[in-house]
Ligand binder design. Structure first.
Ligand SMILES: [Zn+2]
Length: 359
């Protein structure tokens, strides 16, 4: 067993569900879950109700965040076809732009070319554009990065053909980056069958061959590990106990509290170096999204003794994880943010409102 010191981790893909989904997560609970997972900066996704697509909704949400966040948080603006003209005004209120090219939870989706081009023209050059792009949509994103000569970040890449295409685009010098999630690295289609709605998310879990391709690219093509923490209650997923199963349970799983444990397990099993883990979970996301450094901030983690992930110990409001029952070889012992101990001995100590809002 050994104790390690890591920098405060950054998760660039988190659904904190404010506004409109506070029964499944809110800023106080989601940022507590982040700290419990060794994450001190999160970027919150915009597919909320209403979505974070207008300056009004962004300003209101920022106000709520300021009062309740326990770690540092930035908000994404979501490209909404009916409100594209407001993008430039949204930019100063958010950390980056998210464009959904494929279906996800909620109505945000840009599926015509004029709207897509408007995003690239209106969003300020200094701020990043991130895309939910699956399958051939990845090629669309790469084409836009090349045509507009500006960085595009691909969210939760999950399949062999996608990661290989991104590797090729990088080889050609195109300004593209990508993230993968722990669930796409540690679970596959067989797990999706075993887990039912608890193993359903977008992009879906895929074949072991795709999982292997992601691991083959972990040391070069992949830039970040991001959780895509997307909590839903078990009732939303499975229905009332004893009642009928919902017809179309919402896709998404929690991930903030298990991400580092799983990636430390990969280090323990020598599938990943510790240096690379730090790049994937701290250095690269900070650089790609141009996020501020956090002085006197670090995570003490333990690598070695086996333990089992359990639903009961979680801080997320949804209180379940698709990784329950899995044996891991990593644990978060203590988190220090700007000199203050914010997590220790399984307890989150940071008060709501003590985090900083970015930018
Ligand atoms: Zn997501």
């Amino acid at each position: 067993m050994s104790t390690l010191q890591l920098p405060g981790l950054v998760d660039v893909h988190t659904h904190l569900r404010v506004p409109g989904g506070e029964h499944k997560e809110d800023f106080a609970s989601g940022t507590a879950a982040a700290l419990a997972g060794g994450i001190t900066t999160v970027l919150a996704m915009p597919n909320t109700t209403p979505p974070l697509s207008t300056p009004g909704v962004l300003a209101e949400t920022r106000q709520k965040a300021q009062q309740t966040i326990r770690c540092d948080v930035g908000l994404f603006t979501g490209a909404n076809p009916g409100q594209i003209e407001q993008l430039a005004v949204c930019a100063p209120l958010s950390a980056a732009l998210k464009i959904y090219l494929n279906d996800t939870f909620g109505p945000l989706r840009v599926d015509d070319l004029p709207a897509l081009l408007a995003c690239f023209e209106l969003w300020p050059a200094g701020k990043l554009i991130a895309m939910h792009a699956e399958g051939q949509s990845v090629a669309v994103g790469i084409g836009l990065a090349a045509a507009y000569k500006r960085p595009v970040h691909f969210c939760h890449i999950s399949r062999r053909d996608e990661i290989e295409l991104i590797a090729l685009a990088k080889e050609r010098g195109l300004p593209v980056t990508c993230e993968v999630t722990p669930h796409h690295l540690f679970l596959n289609r067989a797990d999706a069958q075993r887990l039912g709605p608890r193993g359903d998310m977008r992009p879906r879990l895929v074949a072991q061959d795709d999982v292997n391709a992601l691991w083959d690219h972990i040391d070069d093509t992949i830039d970040c590990i991001a959780t895509d923490h997307a909590p839903h209650t078990l009732v939303e997923k499975l229905g009332q106990p004893g009642g009928p199963a919902p017809e179309s349970p919402p896709p998404g799983v929690s991930g903030l509290e298990t991400s580092l444990l799983l990636m430390l397990t990969a280090v323990y099993q020598e599938r990943l170096s510790l240096e690379r883990l730090i790049d994937l979970m701290a250095n690269n996301p900070r650089r790609i999204f141009d996020l501020p450094e956090q002085p006197e901030t670090y995570v003490e983690a333990e690598i070695g003794p086996a333990h089992t992930i359990r639903d009961e110990i979680l801080y997320t409001k949804c209180s379940w994880t698709p990784f329950a029952g899995m044996t891991v070889y990593g644990r978060v012992q203590r988190v220090v943010l700007r000199g203050e101990t914010v997590f220790e001995n399984g307890q989150v100590l940071a008060k709501p409102g003590s985090g900083r809002l970015l930018p």
